[in-house]
Write a protein that binds this ligand. Structure first.
Ligand SMILES: NC(=O)C1=CN([C@@H]2O[C@H](COP(=O)(O)OP(=O)(O)OC[C@H]3O[C@@H](n4cnc5c(N)ncnc54)[C@H](O)[C@@H]3O)[C@@H](O)[C@H]2O)C=CC1
Ligand SMILES: O=C(O)C1=N[C@H](C(=O)O)C[C@H](O)C1
Length: 253
């Protein structure tokens, strides 16, 4: 093993994403897969195997404990699992202050096109009256709205606040529960679950007489793997918490 090799443990290795990540790490000449864990496996295996990095692609209920374990053991973590709300992020930041030099990347979406689409949407949301998000996924997804949609809404809302853009106009007075979707920081988010889909998102922006749609489609989970590898290659040089793969990219937007 060369000195520069990254020793990776994949958590959630039997899942849709985890199994892709196992293949991607095995195919990377600068990485070595040292452990592949599924539900019920002891995290101690990660340390015993000599991992320097973990990739977490598990479930929202498990990810926080997995990442805290990694940090406590001095391992860098690249995390794609959803469920990282403000409280979890805050607890993780606190934990990282006790373990200087350890890096965690929480990436709601590893696909470069998706990261770009969210960044474009945030910029564009400053210039339109109305802004809503539709996310569309395979029906086996356990969470709604998607982590990507939540992050996109947060970025859009922050950008709109910066320019004092008022909330989107909406005259709805009565509705069936859920008819207007979930509301994330004033942005309505609609979740579609449909057999045949993988991971898709459309941001709709409207002003008088015009509409801009910003759409991204992942047709295959291979689309997420360059981002996973980028995360693994970059993490050690970016100690502390990074939320969003855009934090490792120079998007200049
Ligand atoms: N950031 C990104 O680009 C992407 C993120 N995701 C997210 O990744 C997560 C996984 O998605 P999928 O692979 O589609 O789900 P999945 O259900 O196919 O895979 C999850 C796997 O984790 C295993 N698991 C559960 N708890 C575990 C634990 N404590 N230790 C080890 N393994 C454990 C399960 O048995 C299962 O095999 C979801 O939160 C999903 O939203 C999915 C696609 C892209
Ligand atoms: O569960 C999925 O499939 C995906 N999950 C992530 C999310 O919730 O945003 C990333 C991508 O959308 C695929």
């Amino acid at each position: 093993m060369s000195a520069q090799q990254i020793s990776v443990a994949v958590l959630g290795a039997g899942g849709r994403m985890g199994s892709e990540a196992v293949k991607a790490v095995e195919a990377a000449s600068d990485m070595q897969l040292v452990a592949a864990l599924g539900r019920g496996d002891s995290l101690d295996q990660v340390v015993e195997a000599g991992a320097t990095h973990i990739v977490d692609l598990t479930v929202p209920d498990s990810t926080e404990a997995n990442v805290h374990f990694a940090v406590e053991n001095g391992l860098h973590a690249v995390v794609g699992t959803t469920g990282w709300d403000a409280q979890r992020l805050q607890r993780l930041e606190q934990k990282l202050t006790e373990h200087a030099g350890v890096a965690v990347l929480i990436a709601p979406n590893f696909a470069l096109g998706s990261v770009l689409a969210s960044a474009f949407a945030a910029k564009a949301a400053q210039y339109f009256e109305s802004a809503e998000i539709i996310e569309l996924h395979h029906p086996n997804k356990v969470d709604a709205p998607s982590g990507t949609a939540v992050r996109t809404a947060e970025l859009m809302a922050a950008a709109r606040r910066e320019l004092h853009v008022p909330p989107s106009p909406d005259a709805t007075e009565s509705q069936l529960d859920g008819a207007r979707g979930a509301v994330v920081e004033d942005i309505h988010v609609h979740s579609v679950r449909l057999r045949g889909l993988v991971a898709h998102q459309e941001v709709l922006l409207g002003s008088a007489g015009e509409q801009l749609s910003i759409r991204h489609d992942s047709f295959d989970r291979a689309s997420f793997m360059p981002g996973v590898l980028l995360g693994l290659r970059t993490a050690a040089s970016r100690p502390g918490l990074t939320y969003g793969l855009d934090g490792y990219l120079d998007l200049g937007l």
